[in-house]
Design a protein around this ligand. Structure first.
Ligand SMILES: Cc1cc2nc3c(=O)[nH]c(=O)nc-3n(C[C@H](O)[C@H](O)[C@H](O)COP(=O)(O)OP(=O)(O)OC[C@H]3O[C@@H](n4cnc5c(N)ncnc54)[C@H](O)[C@@H]3O)c2cc1C
Length: 222
């Protein structure tokens, strides 16, 4: 079963990431952190189904997605770059393994930030940001999604790690066990992890080497 909904706005928020808002279908139910299968109502693309995470929260009167596009590659995300308000998308199944279980450290790589955008938005709305931390890995400063929002929301609890740039105030390189340890006050709390598979594999090894219990890890690979 699918829902056909109209896009109400679409705008670039970095050099390759777009934020799309669309009409909220009646009766839709999702948890912050969950994703939905989508296709574009566009000739030749209707059957190309891809998965994107809601970056809206259930109480919003719209649905929102934050989508990293791959302009050099003739896939769905490249088509998204030419969508405009009034165009339509199909929504199919909703699913996802990430949900908020309690205070902890969010570790994201690139577009893997999207489930945490929704979770942190809900926590902000409920005044429950508390001691949650965000470690966000990107190639360069220009790739950081919602940098100023997270700066404002999390202050020193927002840690950026840049692999391709060495900038004061930012960690440089890939995420290491040392970086995780330095920014985790307690290794017995929850660790939320989302990003591309190679980053996930590396960080899962780091968490194991630090003695983080498997049951405290909440994860999803993109
Ligand atoms: C549960 C879940 C939730 C997700 N949520 C989000 C989200 O909220 N936001 C988001 O941005 N992404 C999200 N993703 C990832 C997203 O689904 C993919 O980026 C998207 O499907 C890519 O579609 P595509 O048709 O453009 O690329 P595809 O054709 O499906 O190619 C897949 C990947 O291969 C790579 N690739 C293949 N060929 C080339 C090429 N020639 N040049 C460059 N790259 C190439 C790209 O990295 C691309 O991501 C999520 C994935 C999962 C599993």
């Amino acid at each position: 079963m699918s829902n056909l909904v109209k896009i109400t706005s679409i705008e670039p928020i970095t050099h390759d990431v777009y934020r799309i808002r669309a009409e909220k279908p009646d009766g839709i139910e999702y948890r912050p952190g969950q994703a939905v299968d989508i296709s574009l109502n566009k000739e030749g693309w209707n059957d190309e189904i891809r998965t994107f995470t809601f970056t809206s929260i259930p109480s919003d009167d719209f649905i929102e997605f934050t989508i990293k596009t791959y302009p050099g590659h003739n896939g769905v995300t490249n088509q998204i770059r030419s969508l405009k308000a009034g165009d339509e998308i199909y929504l199919y199944d909703i699913y996802g393994d990430i949900e908020y279980k309690g205070e902890g450290v969010f570790i994201a790589g690139g577009a893997g930030i999207t489930p945490f955008i929704a979770i942190l938005k809900k926590l902000e709305k409920e005044n429950q940001i508390g001691n949650n931390k965000l470690i966000f890995a990107n190639k360069s400063k220009a790739d950081i999604i919602d940098a100023s929002k997270f700066d404002k929301l999390l202050g020193s609890q927002f840690i950026n790690v840049l692999s391709d740039e060495n900038i004061p105030g930012f960690e440089h390189g890939f995420i290491t066990p040392e970086i995780i340890k330095k920014h985790s006050s307690d290794l017995n709390q929850y660790f939320y992890l989302c990003g591309p598979p190679p980053m996930m594999d590396a960080v899962l090894k780091h968490l194991a080497s630090l003695g983080v219990k498997e049951e405290n890890i909440v994860k999803e690979g993109f």
